[in-house]
Design a binder for this molecule. Structure first.
Ligand SMILES: Cc1ncc(COP(=O)(O)O)c(C=O)c1O
Length: 513
């Protein structure tokens, strides 16, 4: 009985394959697609074996017969068989042909059937309690307005990046001489030259008090908060959160099993009296004193000293998130809270996501000396270390003065973009959005009329191609009045004009004005 005759028997154990031939047993091959035929054939045969359309022990057609059945070349059939054999799905028996491997147990095959996709259980049914918290913490929002369209807040301008210079620095480090230390495993606390350059910048530019040994290089502030949660928090610990505040931090604390305590924001930032009333025993406070995210308030000196005093006397840790302090358009940048800390209670973090670009995934922590080793160990566990070549390039960028020059350039461009954004909003939406100049930052808070739902407005804007996240998204307790966050730094001047026009059309339609 030959395969090609079409009279072959069932694909049962020990029998030859299929009563009707391979062209009916397998899905048709896509002859016009990009995927090579041998690869398609291999995958189709593998699936047929896994879901037992081809049973174990069944004799496979000879490659010559297969070519006739499927109108393919001999090489295609040989390649597919060779791959199946190398992965153990079939075995060639000398002088007798090719057989589906006998040793494959039915139970395992059924479990791996790919033709009938297994029902995928919901994530919360398959993960640990900790895994459930991670999923529920929603670290990356998937809302209509979370696409990276114009006005998504906190995005720097990519068109102002000094790419030629960056490329030159990369080239300089991609040499055999550099290879010996940059291509090897590196240190979890970061490349020494980068730690030094960051410490020098923070001491001179941000009023931080630190040595390079206290600097831990991390993959952005998101990793900084995640490591802080791992090192300093136990499940159930209370964390004071600015409300509204940065969701990335809240997600990290929720995922660690901490209890987030919403603390309202007043003119001076975190309302310390309210915080103490709500939970006097908090283990950690997450604050953005230079420029509160997202409302933009600055924590004054008195509040800073009170907060530090409280931390020193109660044993509370303060995580100071200095995410966008470089962007101050009026007056000198305010020194960091960390520089006033004499009790070693402040963990300071900053990022290059805003001053360079977020995909760089480089930021830093400055931790009190006793915490250096725990943070280094946590970093080693999370990802061993950050990419060494990027760290070396960034170190040179900082040490050779390019960073300071780049900052001056973007600061001036961003100041102009904010002015234009304000002007456009006041021209086109004076009756709907209330905006004020902000001496710092990367976005404007555009207040909506009191009765208007900010989530609905953000959804309507997203449908028109504008990402303007609602204040409600950043809030734990519902805000008294809704607002939209409008980032301007990553949007060119012509695009700001067009974008505000799109926003105006969308909001007017949604509100009916
Ligand atoms: C308040 C705040 N901190 C920090 C960050 C920076 O995150 P990363 O450095 O992980 O990119 C952001 C980014 O959106 C932020 O809004």
């Amino acid at each position: 009985m030959s395969w090609a005759s079409g009279l072959v028997t069932v694909a049962a154990r020990g029998a030859m394959v299929g009563p009707l031939g391979m062209e009916l047993l397998l899905p048709p091959l896509d002859r016009d697609g990009d995927r090579p035929l041998y690869d398609q054939l291999y995958a189709a045969l593998r699936d047929a074996i896994l879901d037992q359309r081809l049973r174990r022990g069944a004799k496979m057609p000879s490659t010559r017969d297969l070519c006739g059945q499927l109108a393919i070349s001999r090489n295609t059939a040989l390649e597919a068989y060779a791959r199946l054999a190398s992965e153990g799905y079939v075995e060639a028996r000398v002088g007798a042909g090719t057989y589906v491997t006998e040793a494959l147990p039915d139970g395992l095959l059924q479990a791996r059937s790919v033709a009938a996709p297994a029902r995928v259980p919901a994530p919360h049914r398959v993960v640990s309690a900790r895994g459930r918290l991670i999923v529920e913490s929603e670290p990356v929002p998937s809302r209509p307005w979370s696409r990276l369209l114009p006005f998504y807040p906190g995005i720097p301008s990519f068109d102002l990046l000094p790419l030629t210079l960056w490329r030159r620095l990369v080239d300089r480090h991609l040499t055999p001489a550099a290879a010996s230390h940059l291509f090897h495993y590196g240190r979890s606390e970061g490349l020494p030259e980068l730690r030094e350059a960051i410490a020098a910048y923070l001491v001179a530019g941000r009023g931080v008090r630190c040595t390079p040994e206290q600097v831990i290089v991390v993959a952005g502030s998101q990793q900084a908060v995640d490591l802080t949660a791992r090192v300093l928090l136990d499940p159930g610990d209370a964390v004071w959160m600015e409300d509204p505040g940065w969701r990335g931090a809240r997600s990290a604390f929720v995922a660690a099993g901490a209890m987030t305590v919403p603390v309202p924001i007043d003119d001076d930032g975190l309302d310390l009296d309210a915080a103490r009333r709500r939970h006097p025993g908090a283990r950690l406070a997450h604050v953005t004193p230079s420029h509160q995210f997202p409302l933009g308030r600055t924590m004054g000196l008195v509040r800073r000293l009170e907060l530090l005093d409280w931390a020193a006397s109660s044993g509370t840790w303060i995580l100071e998130d200095d995410y966008d302090s470089e962007f101050r358009y009026a007056g000198a940048p305010l020194p960091a809270l960390q520089g006033l800390d004499t009790a070693g209670r402040v963990i300071y973090t900053g990022t290059f996501s805003k001053v360079l670009f977020p995909a760089l995934r480089l930021g830093y922590l400055v931790v009190p000396e006793p915490l250096v080793e725990p943070f280094r160990a946590a970093h080693a566990l999370a990802d061993r270390h950050n990419p060494s070549i990027d760290q070396a390039v960034l170190a040179a960028f900082l040490a050779e003065g390019h960073f300071a020059r780049h900052l001056r350039r973007i600061r001036s461009a961003y100041g102009e973009r904010q002015e234009l954004m304000l002007e456009q909003i006041r021209d086109r939406l004076p009756d709907i959005l209330e905006v004020s100049p902000d001496p710092a930052g990367m976005h404007l808070v555009a207040w909506l009329p009191p009765e208007v739902d900010d989530v609905a407005m953000a959804d309507a804007s997203a449908a028109a191609g504008i990402s303007a996240p609602p204040l409600s998204y950043y809030s734990i307790e519902p805000p008294e009045r809704g607002a939209l966050m409008l980032g301007y730094t990553g949007v060119s001047r012509p695009r700001i004009r067009v974008g505000v026009q799109q926003l105006a059309t969308a909001l007017r339609l949604a509100i009916g004005r």
